[in-house]
Design a protein around this ligand. Structure first.
Ligand code: TYD
Length: 149
């Protein structure tokens, strides 16, 4: 699961006028974009996120400033640095994520595959672990039954 989280690098269309970065759904990122939101004004000691989503996939880009993203699939954790406006991190559904160490000038752009639905957020880490264990048990059962067929 965690190996599906990956850094994406977008083309910087730069000339003497400055830079322009394009992010198109299903072209530069793996999903159609249904939702855009951005986070700014978070202090350095703030931790945001702290949730997993049943359905939403995300791409996070620090279009200004820097932050870190810690991802966790219940088995492994990995930390990614967002420190340039032309790189992003792709987060699949069902990964636990924390965003933290925001620089003062951080503007974190978040692109999502789904409209907002609070019901698809898991905000309790223990519940997340239970859901992931159940999910993995089901996967194992399905594998065993397909081998038996
Ligand atoms: P929250 O999920 O706590 O943000 P973060 O992921 O950064 O920790 O969201 C903060 C508030 O904004 C909360 O009241 C829900 C609301 N919200 C929306 O209405 N739509 C959205 O798409 C998002 C991401 C949040």
């Amino acid at each position: 699961m965690i190996e599906k989280c990956e850094m994406l690098s977008f083309v910087e269309n730069g000339d003497e006028r400055g830079h322009l970065v394009v992010v198109e759904g299903k072209r530069d990122i793996p999903f159609e974009i249904k939702r855009v939101f951005y986070i700014y004004g978070s202090d350095r000691d703030v931790v945001r996120g702290r949730h997993a989503n049943y359905h939403s996939e995300f791409v996070l880009i620090n279009v200004a400033g820097t932050s870190k993203v810690r991802v966790d699939d219940g088995r492994q954790q990995k930390v990614f640095d967002l420190d340039r406006p032309h790189i992003g991190i792709y987060l699949p559904r069902m990964v636990w994520k924390d965003m933290y160490e925001f620089s003062k000038d951080s503007v974190l752009l978040c692109l999502s595959s789904e409209h907002y639905d609070n019901a698809e957020y898991i905000r309790d880490y223990d519940e997340y672990i239970r859901v992931m264990e159940q999910y993995e048990n089901n996967m194992e059962k399905n594998q065993k039954s397909s081998q038996a067929d």
